[in-house]
Design a protein around this ligand. Structure first.
Ligand SMILES: [Zn+2]
Length: 272
């Protein structure tokens, strides 16, 4: 059994065949998935999908840093009620995006600081989006996120729990995250021919620190590049990772599923 920890199945790319895609996921052994509803306009659709597929689809609710313009006082006031929903297993994705929105860095850091306390208040792990710019002129999003978390956990004497989804940083960035207790989310980019450095980082991080995801409809695996991605490709990512780590895919499935259960479903009362 696999758990897909990061899907955007409410994207319009799935409007024509969402149900069929969910059936395909189950057939592929992907039994549970975390649907990421990261804008106020997506929260309702996320809940609906989870209600239609109880026990298989769960939600993360958050405010994505890329949509910082849509994260105003009203959305911030509404978010807590969504974190109390039965289907909710995480806060996210939230974080820092210096690729698309470097000019909004101050606003992103402010939003992150406002959202982090909700993780503890509602006992939810955090799905973090972290992306650096083309160069590091804006700063290193990974280091700055780690610093923010360090300050925050220190001031509040609470441990942050979460995952750096779609990890794309260097080893130092990974190390800073692992030291804080975060996991790394590994997706189709692991299978890309030129992504040797990422594969090495995953090896160094170890099986105990990774979870699988697709970030669909984006980031298709190597064999499907350019086409729509969906959670049924999780086993292909797992096979690539198992081959690289020189272990059986079953062992990788067991370990990454256990990591995902521990992170997302430990406090979940809605499991079948
Ligand atoms: Zn995402």
């Amino acid at each position: 059994m696999f758990i897909e920890t990061h899907a955007h199945l409410n994207d319009k790319a799935f409007d024509a065949d969402r149900d069929a895609v969910l059936d395909k996921c189950r057939a592929a052994g992907v039994d549970k998935l975390v649907e990421i509803a990261c804008a106020a306009g997506e929260w309702g659709a996320g809940e609906k999908l989870a209600a239609a597929r109880q026990g298989a689809v769960f939600c993360a609710f958050g405010l994505h840093p890329e949509n910082i313009e849509d994260a105003g006082p009203r959305q911030l006031a509404e978010l807590p009620a969504w974190l109390e929903k039965k289907c909710c297993v995480a806060l996210g994705e939230i974080g820092l995006d210096y690729w698309w929105k470097p000019e909004k860095k101050t606003e992103q850091l402010r939003l992150l600081a406002e959202l982090l306390p909700l993780s503890v208040k509602f006992s939810k792990p955090v799905v973090f989006h972290t992306r650096n710019g083309r160069d590091l002129k804006t700063g290193n999003a990974y280091f700055e996120l780690a610093q923010e978390l360090k300050d925050w956990t220190f001031n509040n004497k609470k441990k942050a729990r979460g995952v750096l989804h779609c990890f794309s940083g260097g080893w130092e960035d990974a190390k800073a995250a692992l030291d804080l207790g975060l996991l790394l989310g590994i997706n189709g980019t692991f299978t890309y021919k030129n992504n040797g450095p990422l594969r090495e980082i995953v090896k160094k991080a170890g099986l105990e620190n990774i979870v699988l995801e697709t970030d669909c409809p984006y980031l298709s695996v190597q064999s499907m590049r350019g086409k729509r991605n969906d959670p049924s490709y999780i086993p292909e990512i797992a096979r690539a990772a198992a081959e690289y780590l020189n272990i059986k895919v079953e062992a990788l499935a067991v370990a990454t599923t256990a990591n995902a259960v521990e992170l997302f479903f430990r406090n979940c009362k809605n499991l079948p």
